[in-house]
Design a protein. Structure first.
Length: 129
């Protein structure tokens, strides 16, 4: 996948296999927020297309399979300014904005809900993704 992303012009900082079968961690290069959002959406689409090409399905759900290590797409944030430190107040404001917008993101709330229910209850939704 890292090679496909690089061919698509998306910088990959690191890539390695995780503990459970089929799990992969791919860390994208740092970018501006808008560029990174575009890269993430392209990454998700390309991952699903490559999986489908091989007769597989890619899922970004937090816990798609019962009894398998936790999984799912999750962000890591770096807040910095070249050659200038970021104040604690700026950091707190940034995190407050992230948390405020997180609560409004219906897709995230739905993924959290799916993580809480038993496997048989949400297997019917897997084909939608």
């Amino acid at each position: 996948m890292a090679g496909v992303l690089k061919e698509a012009g998306i910088g990959v900082r690191a890539s390695h296999h995780e503990n459970s079968p089929g799990q992969q961690e791919i860390c994208l290069e740092h970018e501006t927020p808008i560029k990174l959002a575009d890269n993430i959406m392209t990454f998700r689409l390309l991952t699903k297309l490559v999986a489908a090409k091989h007769g597989l399905k890619a899922s970004f759900m937090p816990k798609p399979l019962y009894g398998v290590n936790d999984s799912g797409m999750h962000p890591h944030f770096s807040l910095h300014r070249p050659e200038q430190s970021v104040s604690e107040a700026e950091t707190m404001s940034f995190m407050a904005g992230i948390l405020s917008n997180h609560l409004q993101a219906k897709g995230i709330e739905w993924d959290i809900y799916r993580q809480q229910i038993h496997q048989w209850e949400y297997e019917q939704y897997l084909d939608k993704y």
